[in-house]
Design a protein around this ligand. Structure first.
Ligand code: SAH
Ligand code: DHB
Ligand code: MG
Length: 252
């Protein structure tokens, strides 16, 4: 093994080719998911949705978790939203938070096209404003929370996630490695050049480490989206089965 920098074209081509191999065999094409990516690209949304095989991982995590209620932070065009919603049982509900009204409009159409218009509630606004609103309405507890909005605010998102959790809730955080930049507190995010993002993600790790109410790990990933990673945390306490969907406060 060499220590070749990960931004060399060759490893990226290999990671993308292996992602295609995995996806061709294990992730059957779905017209609604493909349309979500196409309309997102056509509308000029950044191409930063989870990859298809990562999306399927989200669906499988929702199923393993037996999730009936899911909270997502960072909708973009609704691609990961659709994957997560596929993992819900009948009667399940998903709330997704997006700051950009233009992205939210694209997402709304994509989610409706996938047949999930009645399952998904999309709230537009900065998540640090919509999360307290949700909490004040008595929303939750959510069985699975996917944190994927602006990385600089991950610490705040984690604190709100805990408030909206129950023992046994699974919290998943995307983009927690960023090409290895998380090793350096002063690193600029490799794609955005912003130092605040890496600081936010490092603080998120510190909170996961110090918080007795969660048990957490993180996994480095390579693939079509480069070198990054997922964090997983489970809220400790006596695990409770998910409550019936009708008792969650999201029956509309
Ligand atoms: N989960 C999506 C990708 C999300 S990209 C997928 O995998 O398909 C991150 C998203 O977070 C972007 O759409 C961005 O507009 C949104 N975002 C950025 N800042 C935000 C904030 N303060 N509150 C809510 N969403 C935010
Ligand atoms: C980027 C990737 C993501 O998965 C995300 O949620 C936000 C940004 C990026 O590569 O810039
Ligand atoms: Mg992401």
């Amino acid at each position: 093994m060499t220590d070749a920098p990960t931004n060399e074209p060759e490893p990226q081509q290999r990671w993308s080719a292996v992602d295609r191999y995995i996806t061709d065999l294990l992730v059957p094409a779905d017209p609604a998911l493909e349309a979500a990516l196409q309309t997102s690209a056509a509308a000029g949304l950044p191409p930063i949705a989870v990859t298809p095989n990562q999306g399927k991982l989200l669906e499988l995590l929702a199923r393993v978790q037996g999730a009936r209620t899911i909270l997502e932070l960072g909708t973009l065009g609704g691609y990961s939203t659709i994957w997560l919603t596929r993992g819900l049982p009948p009667g399940g509900r998903l709330v997704t938070l997006e700051a950009d009204p233009r992205f939210a409009e694209v997402a709304r159409a994509n989610i409706a096209r996938a047949g999930f218009g009645e399952v998904v509630e999309l709230r537009v606004g900065p998540a640090l404003e919509t999360l307290p609103e949700l909490a004040a309405e008595g929303a939750g507890p959510f069985d699975l929370i996917f944190i994927d909005a602006d990385k600089g605010n991950y610490p705040g998102y984690f604190e709100w996630s805990l408030k909206l959790s129950r023992p046994g809730t699974l919290i998943v955080g995307d983009n927690v490695v960023r090409d290895g930049a998380i090793l350096d507190p002063d690193a600029k995010d490799p794609l955005t050049g912003d130092t605040n993002l890496i600081r936010g993600v490092r603080r998120f790790y510190e909170l996961l480490s110090a918080e007795p109410r969660v048990s957490a790990t993180a996994i480095q990933t390579v693939g079509g989206k480069g070198y990054d990673g997922f964090a997983l945390a489970i809220v400790e306490g006596e695990d409770q089965p998910p409550p019936p969907a009708a008792a969650t406060g999201f029956e509309g």
